[in-house]
Design a protein around this ligand. Structure first.
Ligand code: NAD
Length: 492
């Protein structure tokens, strides 16, 4: 079995506790790697290494153009290692190989994008309202950024933080999910090869409470960039508050996908499926509430059930597999509990509603793609994030009713609208309280546009040019052009 140490200050080191835990394959249930079980001592060591690197001339003395060059080199190394990174990620979280390799290529694109942005962050000369003073504004990095990430898309969600944080001149300590650490450690190995100075990129692995929490509260941590559940995000935000640390949070959702009666139904069925059964529903942006106009409801549901039943379910390593296993045993059991909860609340199972075991299903950590009909938006199954292949179909009569149901949630990560009518589409876009709205598509993302949540789905944005400012702070500089002050006792 492969053993993965922590990466701190440019060296591979054992955890202070001397303890390790196993990483297992969701499909087979076999343990394949040993991961360091880190604690507060490792957290302190990593933050101190990152702080020393931040203060060093070797990093802070680099021009922004040179920093961009390092990011570009890392992007090239990622491109050269797509198969290695994709295989590890697929092994760790059971995501489809077909999706993972595309995601890793996309990770390289994120590094290229922020490599290019590194030396285009311009300050300003302010036409200040005072005589004989020159005022300008410059952007500076924050210091040590702690990135805490979940298991569903580990490399992508780490990159969404790491690329802008490094482009801006910060140093970073990454705490990956305890389920998916290996790929992030390989990413650190590539960053080392790319030539980042020692201590600029650090990875400490382990459990949230044991090593994540002390990273958040360490006095030298300047900012926490977190992706995970809303409960974890709230805990991180509260723990960061006494130290007045900056925080960005990318959290969960219960996103509405609205099918209007004039939609292209063939495309809408595909969009509904990719929205919630892609990645076995283990995506923050899952279109887990499917709002269908009553006049087309029965016809649409029949087509959706038929298309869902035809999905090829099985080993994620097979390129033609369409639905893979659930990533963790805890998540598998949670989804089954929520299915039972939906049944008890009176929703109807139109498809799925059970686990899948036997030939072709490995250790049996599969959930049949599940469609609940007859769901009311007040049911818990319609209000709580499942993070699995389960969709709630909710009927509505008018567009305004659809918008009211869509917005009746504590989350606001994303929403979808399916219609051929541009006016109806834009009417919905303007009224949906969500950070991303897709019209006649679902689950598209890019490094070029912001992603983040309204309401309990998060704080701040990732992606796009503005996101780099989440890792920068402004400094206002005043230069007197007049040597003699008239009256030193009066504010000028
Ligand atoms: P999680 O909140 O359980 O864990 C996320 C990370 O936080 C892990 O690395 C974990 O070890 C760490 N952690 C947990 N408690 C901590 C604490 N007190 N202090 C510091 N770190 C702590 O989430 P998960 O189960 O790994 O991932 C699934 C969740 O992530 C879902 O709710 C999903 O919606 C969300 N998610 C959001 C986005 C987004 O961009 N909005 C993307 C993917 C996943």
């Amino acid at each position: 079995m492969q053993r993965y140490q922590n990466f701190i200050g440019g060296a591979w080191v054992d955890p202070a506790s001397g303890a390790w835990f196993e990483s297992t394959e969701p499909f087979s249930g076999k343990a394949w790697a040993e991961i360091a079980r880190s604690n507060a001592d490792d957290a302190a060591r990593a933050v101190e290494a990152a702080h020393a690197a931040f203060e060093s001339q070797e990093w802070s003395g680099l021009t922004a153009t040179a920093r961009g060059g390092l990011l570009r080199k890392l992007a090239q190394l990622i491109e050269a290692n797509v198969d290695l990174l994709g295989t590890i990620e697929q092994r760790d979280n059971g995501k489809l190989m077909a999706e993972v390799s595309g995601q890793v290529k996309n990770v390289a694109q994120w590094f290229y994008y922020y490599a290019g942005l590194a030396d285009k962050i311009e300050g300003a000369v302010v036409p200040i309202n005072k005589a004989d003073v020159f005022n300008y504004v410059k952007w500076e990095p924050l210091g040590v950024v702690v990135a805490i990430t979940p298991w569903n898309s580990p490399l992508a969600l780490t990159t969404w933080k790491m690329a802008p944080a490094l482009a801006a001149g910060n140093t970073i300590v990454i705490k990956p999910s305890e389920y998916t650490s290996a790929g992030i450690l390989e990413l650190a190995r590539l960053a080392d090869q790319a030539g980042f100075p020692k201590g600029v990129v650090n990875v400490v692995t382990g459990y949230g409470g044991e090593v994540g929490a002390p990273l958040v509260t360490h006095p030298l941590t300047a900012k926490i960039a977190f992706t995970g559940g809303d409960a974890g995000g709230q805990a991180v935000n509260e723990a960061a508050a006494p130290g007045l640390k900056k925080v960005t949070l990318e959290l969960g959702g219960k996103s509405p996908n609205i099918i209007l009666d004039d939609a292209d139904l063939e495309q809408a069925v595909k969009g509904a499926i990719s929205g919630v059964f892609g990645a076995s529903g283990q995506t923050c942006m899952a279109g887990s509430r499917l709002l269908v106009q009553r006049s087309i409801h029965d016809h649409f549901v029949a087509r959706l059930v038929a298309a869902t039943k035809a999905a090829k379910i099985g080993a994620p390593s097979q390129l033609d597999t369409q639905v893979g296993p659930v990533a963790t045993r805890a998540q598998f059991e949670k989804i089954l509990r929520m299915i039972e909860m939906g049944k008890a609340e009176g929703a109807t199972v139109a498809c799925g509603g059970h686990a899948l075991t036997g030939e072709g299903y490995g250790q049996g950590q599969f959930i049949a793609p599940t469609i609940f009909t007859g769901v009311s938006n007040t049911m818990r199954i319609a209000r709580e994030e499942v993070f699995g292949p389960l969709v709630c179909v909710i009927p509505f009569d008018t567009v305004d009713e659809a918008i009211a149901i869509a917005n009746d949630t504590e989350f606001g990560l994303a929403a979808g609208v399916w219609t051929r009518d541009l006016h109806r589409a834009l009417y919905c876009v303007d009224r949906l309280r969500a950070g991303t709205v897709w019209v006649n598509n679902y689950r598209s993302t890019s490094f070029m546009t912001p992603f983040g949540g309204y309401k309990r789905s998060g704080l701040g944005r990732e992606g796009g040019t503005e996101a780099i400012k989440e890792y920068l702070q402004q400094k206002s500089v005043w230069i007197s052009t007049q040597p003699n002050r008239a009256n030193p006792f009066v504010l000028g």
